[in-house]
Write a protein that binds this ligand. Structure first.
Ligand code: FEO
Length: 169
């Protein structure tokens, strides 16, 4: 049985993951509007991954006999001043998610909830990857500054990203 506190925090995490999906979908819409379809496609895949993260928590709560309770999802930002600003936002957001996951691990440890702690290990590893991929793209954007040609090439590369299970990143 999940403790009441753990159940409530896991439900909160579903909300945080769905908010992440919403944020990246909003970025996808913004990139579409900026005529950068590759960046838009990358964000769309990212949004799908975040929904899958939410569903991992959803399924886990059900498996443990808990009750999933969905709350309102906050409206995301809709405009960014540049692709670089958008990816700074991604990195900052992923760092926040990492700290939420770490807090969940601490709670699970404090409660000797070994099953939840084990489930969370996947997310600990995933967050390392999420931060690294956001940072890698950000560093490239910083290097090419405002070169339209560089941005065009990066757009073509990012557009090749596939969803998980399609042999992509
Ligand atoms: Fe689900 Fe990007 O953290």
């Amino acid at each position: 049985m999940l403790s009441e506190k753990m159940l409530s925090e896991l439900n909160e995490q579903i909300n945080a993951e769905l908010y992440s999906a919403y944020l990246y979908l909003s970025m996808s819409a913004w990139f579409e509007d900026e005529d950068l379809p590759g960046f838009a496609a990358w964000m769309r895949v990212q949004a799908q991954e975040e929904t899958a993260h939410a569903m991992r928590f959803f399924d886990y709560i059900n498996e443990r006999g808990g009750r999933v309770m969905l709350g309102a999802i906050e409206a995301p930002q809709t405009e960014w001043k540049s692709p670089q600003a958008a990816f700074e936002n991604v990195l900052e957001h992923e760092k926040k998610v990492t700290s939420l996951i770490h807090k969940l691990v601490e709670l699970a440890r404090g409660e000797n909830d070994y099953a939840t702690e084990t489930m969370l290990q996947w997310f600990v590893t995933e967050q390392v990857e999420e931060e690294a991929s956001a940072d890698e793209i950000l560093q490239k954007l910083l290097r090419l500054k405002d070169s339209p040609q560089g941005l065009f090439m990066m757009d073509a590369k990012l557009g090749a990203r596939k969803t998980e299970g399609e042999g992509g990143e």
